[in-house]
Write a protein that binds this ligand. Structure first.
Ligand code: FNR
Length: 361
């Protein structure tokens, strides 16, 4: 049989990615002191690499301490963190998978209690939290007011992303993804609903995307030319007066001109909205971004079944699928998918340690 689209390797720049079933970035709230990844991250990400995901992407990894969502988030702003990430990328590589890191600044949604804490919402400074920042002093509903970033501080944020990308390369990552979705700092700048600035970082489309384009340029300048760069966006805010899919397609065209290789298209998270959640509910956004811009896209959001994922991956408008919650339940989802799509034991993405006990025996 011919190889299913989901298991067809692809090459972006000089990086070969063995298949198109990719682990979505997912916060684990399990960092050690000061954003250092732990054995949890090695086991969590390592299990999914052994489980056959072609690209294993870390959770949102903060570029500065104040850019963490919660105090339990991981980071990549110092050398201790680089040293702790290295065995994780080495293990991912040993499984034949590719290692990606999602670089993030949580903006006005930073400094909150991690899920599972007895309390939720913003952590006050007296409890170990910090003052959040954003393009404008407009709070996310229910969270503390952010402080407006000065132009000088915007420059520091841009530099922090570049420094984090340099450290990511040193830590052995193959792909860098900038987190510009879900209501975190870069997304706060993109949206007219959270960015009310009147200077050159606000106002019209060109002003609102400016910080992201500067981050892309600064990261591309230090990130090796043979390694891919992705950007995750919220393709729509699901509100007529917010960021729309047309804006996403326009942004994708510009980002590609600045060296971005793939747009990972999610949605929502910057403001409250009714989201029509259902199987594959964001896939059409990825399709539309590619159709208009021609830029490669990844689709994410309730893609859970092998047949469903195969149809999406076979569509010319989507390059790869990201799997989130299903991958938490099923670390070796790609192995099951390979069998359900008719691949033989030898073709399926098994580590050699597991070949004796493959699915059919
Ligand atoms: C997420 N998601 C997410 N997204 C992101 O860009 N960075 C992140 O760090 C996280 N963290 C995170 C943690 C957990 C526990 C979940 C469940 C989700 C969103 C995730 O990447 C994905 O876009 C959504 O979960 C939708 O895909 P699924 O889960 O329906 O496949």
């Amino acid at each position: 049989m011919s190889t299913p689209a989901l298991f067809t390797p692809l090459t972006i720049r000089d990086l070969e990615i063995p298949n198109r079933a990719w682990l979505a970035p997912m916060c684990q709230y399990s960092a050690g002191t000061d954003g250092v990844p732990t054995a949890w991250h090695l086991v969590h990400l390592g299990a999914r690499a052994a489980g056959g995901f072609g690209l294993v992407l870390t959770e949102a990894t903060a570029v500065v301490p104040d850019g963490r969502i919660s105090p339990q988030d991981v980071g990549i702003w110092n050398d201790d963190q680089v040293r702790a990430w290295r065995p994780i990328t080495e293990f991912i590589h040993a499984q034949g998978a590719v290692a990606g890191i999602q670089l993030a600044h949580a903006g006005r949604k930073a400094s909150v209690y991690a899920p599972g804490s007895p309390v939720s919402g913003s952590i006050g400074p007296a409890e170990g939290g910090w003052t959040t920042v954003g393009p404008s002093p407009i709070a996310f509903p229910g969270l503390a007011d952010p402080r407006e970033l000065s132009i000088e501080e915007i420059g520091e944020v841009v530099a922090a992303f570049a420094e984090a990308a340099r450290r990511s390369d040193a830590a052995g990552f193959d792909v860098v993804e900038l987190h510009a979705a879900h209501g975190y700092l870069l997304n706060n700048f993109l949206s007219p609903l959270s960015n009310h600035r009147t200077d050159s970082y606000g106002g019209d489309f060109g002003g609102r995307i400016r910080i992201l384009v500067e981050v892309v340029d600064a990261v591309r300048a230090v990130w090796p030319a043979d390694k891919p760069m992705f950007v995750r966006i919220s393709g729509t805010e699901w509100l007529d007066d917010g960021w729309r899919v047309e804006d996403s397609a326009r942004l994708a065209t510009i980002l590609a001109q600045h060296g971005v290789d793939l747009i990972d298209v999610s949605s929502g998270g910057n403001v409250l909205a009714d989201i029509p959640v259902g199987p594959g509910y964001q896939v059409d956004l990825a399709r539309e971004v590619h159709r208009v811009s021609g830029v490669a896209t990844g689709a994410v959001g309730l893609i859970t079944e092998p047949d469903q994922a195969e149809k999406i991956a076979a569509d010319d408008d989507v390059t790869a699928v990201f799997l989130g919650r299903v991958a938490l339940r099923e670390p070796s989802w790609p192995q099951r998918a390979a069998h359900e799509l008719g691949m033989s034991d030898n073709q399926a993405p098994y580590p050699q340690q597991y070949l004796r006990g493959t699915w059919r025996h």
